[in-house]
Design a protein. Structure first.
Length: 227
């Protein structure tokens, strides 16, 4: 983005990229700056399938989406896709300018099968634990999406926007789709709910553990301090 391009041309000692996609972009944007890849991390002890879930009194299976309630997150597409399913409910967690608009759309398409709310961050592990599937229909090429990693750490499979960044983060722990294709999106949600994902999401999340990410930053800082 514009901010990252500005940061690169301030010639930092090192630029940290969150994904391979950002790494390749940064190398092209300024080939004279050292660049390393260190993704965002998750506390695997807090986000876990073993956490006691919060009670959500709507029909299961529960499809969860945690994002700002803004146009770039395209949550209206998730609402439309879930409305195509014969069973299941959608839980939207977040705040934003589209809250009333999204609530109206849910009332129209998902009566009795949705909730839009927010929780303090310390309660989020219990929210993830209450869900059966996580979905993330954001616009392509959003820089990361920490909720994806938190969901996988909580044992949830993911249905996300099909772009290189989402594929890199989620890997074998989910399915990828163009959310603008409502039929394909609904089919992907239905398919993901039927698959036995076993421990794939949790195993995928382990590469983003804070212990690993902290070690990566520790090595980087030691290298910079020794120069």
């Amino acid at each position: 983005g514009i901010d990252d391009r500005w940061n690169l041309w301030c010639f930092p000692d090192t630029f940290v990229a969150l994904t391979d996609f950002q790494l390749y972009w940064a190398r092209k944007a300024n080939p004279f700056v050292p660049i390393v890849k260190i993704p965002n991390g998750v506390d695997l002890s807090k986000f876990s399938p073993l956490i006691k879930p919060v009670r959500i009194n709507i029909p299961r299976p529960i499809i969860l989406c945690i994002a700002a309630l803004t146009p770039a997150k395209r949550l209206d597409l998730a609402i439309k896709a879930v409305s195509r399913l014969k069973t299941g409910s959608l839980v939207l967690i977040g705040e934003g300018d589209q809250k009333d608009q999204l609530s109206d759309l849910c009332q129209q398409l998902l009566p009795g099968r949705f909730t839009i709310t927010s929780f303090p961050h310390q309660h989020m592990p219990a929210v993830y634990a209450a869900a059966d599937l996580f979905t993330f229909p954001t616009v392509p090429y959003e820089s990361f999406g920490i909720a994806l990693v938190e969901a996988m750490a909580s044992g949830l499979p993911v249905v996300a926007t099909d772009d290189p960044i989402r594929r890199e983060i989620v890997g074998v722990a989910g399915l990828f789709v163009d959310p603008a294709d409502t039929g394909a999106y609904a089919a992907a949600l239905q398919k993901a709910l039927k698959i036995n994902w076993s421990k794939k999401p949790r195993i995928r999340a382990q590469q983003y553990s804070w212990s690993k990410i902290a070690s990566d930053y520790d090595r980087l800082f030691r290298k910079l301090c020794s120069q």
